[in-house]
Design a protein around this ligand. Sequence first.
Ligand code: ATP
Ligand code: MG
Length: 401
Amino acid sequence: MRYLVGRYHEIALKGRNQWRFVEQLRHNLRSVFADVRLGKIRSEGPRLIVELPDELDDATACARAAGIFGVANFSLSYRVPLDLQAIKDAAIARVREHPAHSFRISTRRGDKRFPMNSMEVDREVGAAIVDAFGYRVDLHDPELTVAIEILADAAFVSAGKIPGPGGLPVGISGRAVALISGGIDSPVAAYRMMRRGLTLDFVHFHAYPLVSAASLEKACDLVAQLTRYQTRSTLALVPFGMLQREIVAGSERPLRVVMYRRFMMRIASALAIRFRARALVTGESLGQVASQTLDNLAVIENAARLPVLRPLLGMDKNEIVEQARALGTFETSILADQDCCTLFVPEHPETHARLAEVEALEARFDVDRMVADAVGATEVRRFSFPPRPENPGILGEYRDG
Ligand code: ATP
Ligand code: MG
C-alpha cells in the first residue's frame, strides 16, 4: 500500500492555530484528489500521512502534491511492520528504484516505544544499503534521502524527498480578488498570494468586442493554470471598452490611464464585496511603467474600497519573469493580445497624478452608474481542478451568491 507523506515546516504548527493549519491542509488534499478515492489521512506530528488508492499512479500523485501549499516536502512511502528487518528490506526495495551515488537515512521516531532510537535505526539501515549497493553515506548533501517514519502501529519508508511548494495552505488566510490582465506580472502576483494562504477570485477587464477576444482567452487560460493550487476558481469577465470610450470622450489624454485604473479598482471592489473577499491583489511593481509611480499608485489605490495587496511591488522585471517561467504561465502571458489598456492609451501618460485634479475630472462623469453598468454586464466563468466534465468553464450570467 502506498502513502503520501507530506511534511510541513514545524514553525507553522506552533501556537493555537495549529489545528486550523492541519484541517485546512487535509481539506485541500481531499479537494486536489477529488476524482479518486483517497483513503485515510492521519496527522502525525509535523506530517500528514495519506493512504493512496491503487488506481492513482505515482506521477499523478506527485504532480498534484507538488501544488499543495503548506507542504515543505513529501514522498511516496510504503508501510511496513515495526520490525527492523522489514524496515531494512523496504529501504533496499525503495533504493533499488532510485539509483544514486550517495545517500542518507533520515529516521523520525514518532513513537518512543520502538526499541531503537532514530540514530540507531539510521546506522543499521544505512549499513544495509551500503552492503546492498555500495553507495556512499553523505549526511550533508546526499543525492538520495531515505526517510523512515516510525509510528505507534507501523513504519513508513520512502526514498527521495520531493520538494513541496511551501507557504501556507490555501484558504487559511481568507479570500481576495486578484486582477488578472493576461500579462506576465499578475499571474505571478496571484500565485504568491495563494501561497500565503489566500483563496482568490479573479477579475479580468476586457474590451471585447472592440478588440479581439485574445486577452479574454489568455485570462481564462491563466486562471485555469492557477486553479490547480486552489481547486476551484471563478473568473469575472468585465466588459470595459464602452466605459473607456466614455472616459476618452470626456477627459484629457494624460490622466486617462489613471482613470481607467481607478475604475478597475471600483469595479473590482464591488465584485470583491459580493464574493466576500477582503482585499484586492495586483501585479504592480514600483516604477515599472508610467502608471506605477508612487504618486499614481496612491491615486489609484484611493479609489479602492478594500486594501490593495501588491506582492511584486519590490521586484524587478527579471525576477518576475523568472518566477513566471518557473510557474509555467510565462508562455501564455507573452502571447500577443490587445488588452483593454492598449486601447485608448495616450502616448504620454501622466506619471505624477494629483488626486484633486483626478477627482475634479471624475466629477464630469456619473461614476456610480458606470460602475454599476460594468458590474451588471459582468460574466462569470468557473474552473475546477481536477477538471470536471460538468464544469468546463462555460460563460454564465453573473449571479449573486
Ligand atoms: P501585467 O503583466 O500583470 O499585465 P503590467 O506590468 O502590464 O502587469 P499594468 O498593465 O500597468 O502592468 O497593470 C498593473 C496591474 O493592474 C496588473 O498586474 C493587474 O493586476 C492589473 N490590471 C491591468 N490591466 C488589467 C486588466 N485588463 N484586467 C485585470 N487587471 C488588470
Ligand atoms: Mg498589463
